[in-house]
Write a protein that binds this ligand. Structure first.
Ligand code: CP
Length: 325
């Protein structure tokens, strides 16, 4: 059931962990987006010094640990800001300064941290399935902050929130997800989320950057950017993830940009007022032109970052509520 007073109650999840969008049902997805919207409104009121419901005690006495085995700016910092806004304590573990560098295994590192009784472990790891593995070994709740090519659930939720706030809906929108789909956990989570919520998705990529069995998702696939964004309401660009390449997936960055880089000329093929999204970090001049990315009228990229805090507040609250119930 969707919450009756949809914004004003914490979301109830069926799991104590948030490992992926694939594990959520559509009510859980919708409720998390509605609750994130509620927090986004409260943050705005707070900034404008309008009296708000106090949200600063939701995580009082709770501790989250950010354990990031891959670099991050947006996700790590927004989890930290979200936790602090909710009154919790947050510890950031830098892998380069931890015993991982001395050869400690992932499970030994996690069980060591777990012995200090955190409530939530937020993990980013290069291996798909690492958060699921840890969830079987530790008492703390686990939130997946991105695992290999698998999922990035909180990114998809913040993307959905950004879309919902701008368009007032998700169902029925034409959304083209474009670029390095093979290596993108953001694309996979968004396929589960936006697809479940009724968006008309299509995928645009060179065939060398499509994962095997992608056709099983059932979305139209294009190998030509201008064809793939035809009539799109939203053009969602993806970062070219060269660090995950296994061979010569593209002839050169220059050629990739010519064919698959978004610029204002190619954007003319989309719907007249189409908006642009990108999860960041961007490779300017590789998958997107700077003039297009920085166009305040059409780019939602900064709003996506802003919505990250509200979304992670909703996710942290839901996980904590699940632990106390
Ligand atoms: N979108 C995203 O995950 O960005 P970071 O790598 O900076 O966290």
């Amino acid at each position: 059931m969707i919450n009756k007073d949809k914004n004003n109650t914490p979301v109830k999840l069926s799991s104590k962990h948030l490992l992926g969008i694939e594990n959520l049902n559509s009510d859980e997805m919708l409720n998390l987006i509605e609750r994130s919207d509620h927090f986004a409104n409260l943050i705005t009121k707070d900034r404008n010094q309008i009296n708000t419901n106090n949200f600063s005690s939701i995580l009082s006495g709770k501790t989250i640990i950010n354990l990031f085995f891959e670099s991050s700016t947006r996700t790590r910092v927004s989890f930290e800001v979200a936790c602090k806004k909710l009154g919790g304590s947050v510890l950031n573990i830098s892998v380069s300064g931890s015993s991982v560098k001395k050869g400690e295994t992932l499970i030994d590192t996690a069980t060591t941290l777990n012995a200090m009784n955190p409530d939530i472990l937020v993990i980013r790891h290069h291996a798909a399935g690492a958060p699921l593995l840890l969830s079987k070994f530790i008492d703390a709740s686990v939130i997946n902050a991105g695992d290999g090519r698998h999922e990035h659930p909180t990114q998809a939720l913040l993307d959905a929130l950004t879309i919902k706030r701008r368009f007032g809906k998700i169902a029925g929108l034409n959304i083209s997800i474009c670029g390095d789909i093979a290596n993108s956990r953001v694309a996979r989570s968004n396929m589960y989320l936006l697809g479940s919520l009724g968006a008309n998705l299509c995928l645009v990529s060179p065939s060398t950057l499509l994962p095997s069995k992608i056709e099983n998702f059932g979305f139209p696939i294009f190998n030509d950017l201008e064809e793939g964004i035809h009539n799109a309401d939203i053009v969602m660009m993806l970062r070219l993830q060269k660090e995950r390449f296994q061979g010569k997936e593209i002839p050169s960055q220059h050629e990739y940009y010519n064919l698959f880089g978004l610029d204002n000329k190619k954007l003319k093929k989309s719907a007249p007022n189409a908006l642009i999204m990108h999860p960041g970090p961007m490779n300017r001049g590789v998958e997107i032109d700077s003039i297009t990315a920085d166009d305040d009228e059409r780019s939602l990229i900064t709003t996506q970052v802003e919505m990250g805090v509200a979304t992670r507040m909703a996710c942290l609250e839901a996980i904590i509520q699940n632990r106390v119930l």
